[in-house]
Design a protein around this ligand. Structure first.
Ligand code: PSU
Ligand code: MN
Length: 306
């Protein structure tokens, strides 16, 4: 048995891959653990539409009945969104367990990158990636997403990382792992809710064709690492930096008070932020992910077809 026997392709995705038509992967932990119901399901379905409208085929990846679904159906998306955090949050290390028990699972950035690579998908759009947590010096809490970037050649479009993380340490870690980080449209690496993070991006690109060329070169060099394209949140949805920083500080204090640890930390913080901003962060979150799906779809076409 090899990996491919675990992969179950939705027919349109299979057809696209067989004919070298551009495909964009989407993750499912953002649906189950990253956003509230029903906005999460609405978003997931809208993302698939945006990818299609921009000329590629979407493949939202998740786990069901012992298979890695490369392209969930709308019913499967509804199930993951409605079941929420009761679904298994599945990163690389969880795959064998969740698959062997035939449990429903939502894949994180790390597991989605791995599944996309195994499927022949080069582009992947999400909101924010995991990174080095602020207390990593004590806790060793560094997201498996970063290790995956160091070993799996997929291009991920995200809006940078949230300042629930140590952004400087996350950028250092990506450098150590040999991962190119290119910010599209500005010189500063973005911090998810805000275009500004206070950190200079290792690379930046104004021109989308030049951006696509660098991504294509990364693949042509046969680099066995991922590549991160940081796409800042559209200006009109940007939250005020001082406001969101204060909310994040409060959420982190709440996490420590409640002694939330391990893989529960990120989902806890995301939910706290939505609650404390009374949904304002949610609007920003939805807008930036849509913007990333659009850019990934355009890049996929440029990289696969040109
Ligand atoms: N960061 C976000 N939104 C998310 C996630 C991270 O801003 O939804 C999700 C992604 O699925 C990511 C995972 O891969 O959380 C990382 O979890 P951890 O920090 O436990 O590694
Ligand atoms: Mn962690």
């Amino acid at each position: 048995m090899n990996t491919d026997e675990f992969l179950d392709f939705r027919p349109d995705v299979k057809e696209a891959l067989a004919t070298n038509f551009p495909v964009v992967a989407l993750e499912s932990t953002i649906i189950s653990h990253g956003l509230p119901y029903p906005e999460n399901v609405e978003l997931a379905l809208t993302l698939e539409k945006i990818v299609r409208d921009n000329g590629s085929i979407p493949a939202t990846i998740g786990l069901a009945e012992g298979k890695i679904k490369i392209g969930l159906t709308p019913d499967e998306i509804e199930f993951l969104g409605k079941t929420g955090t009761k679904v298994h949050k599945t990163s690389r290390r969880d795959l064998a367990y969740v698959l062997s028990k035939r449990l429903p699972g939502a894949t994180t950035v790390s597991a989605t990158m791995w599944a996309a690579y195994r499927s022949g998908i080069k582009l992947f759009a999400t909101g924010g990636i995991g990174g080095v947590h602020r207390e990593a010096r004590q806790t060793f809490d560094i997201s498996a997403d970063l290790e995956e970037f160091g070993r799996t050649p997929v291009c991920v479009v995200s809006s940078g990382v949230k300042s629930i993380l140590d952004i400087g340490a996350t950028l250092e870690y990506l450098e150590t792992k040999g991962v190119p980080v290119i910010t599209y449209g500005q010189k500063e690496f973005p911090a998810f809710y805000t275009r500004s993070s206070g950190f200079h991006s290792p690379f930046s690109e104004q021109n989308i064709d030049e951006l696509a060329k660098t991504v294509r070169t990364h693949f042509n060099l046969n680099m066995q690492t991922g590549i991160l394209v940081a796409n800042p949140i559209p200006g009109e949805y940007t939250l005020d930096k001082d406001y969101i920083d204060k909310i994040i500080t409060e959420a982190l204090a709440e996490q420590r008070r409640k002694k939330i640890t391990g893989k529960e930390i990120t989902p806890f913080l995301l939910a706290e932020i939505v609650e404390k901003t009374q949904g304002e962060s949610l609007k920003a979150n939805l807008a930036l992910v849509k913007n990333n799906a659009r850019l990934a779809s355009i890049l996929a076409r440029k990289i696969v077809l040109e």
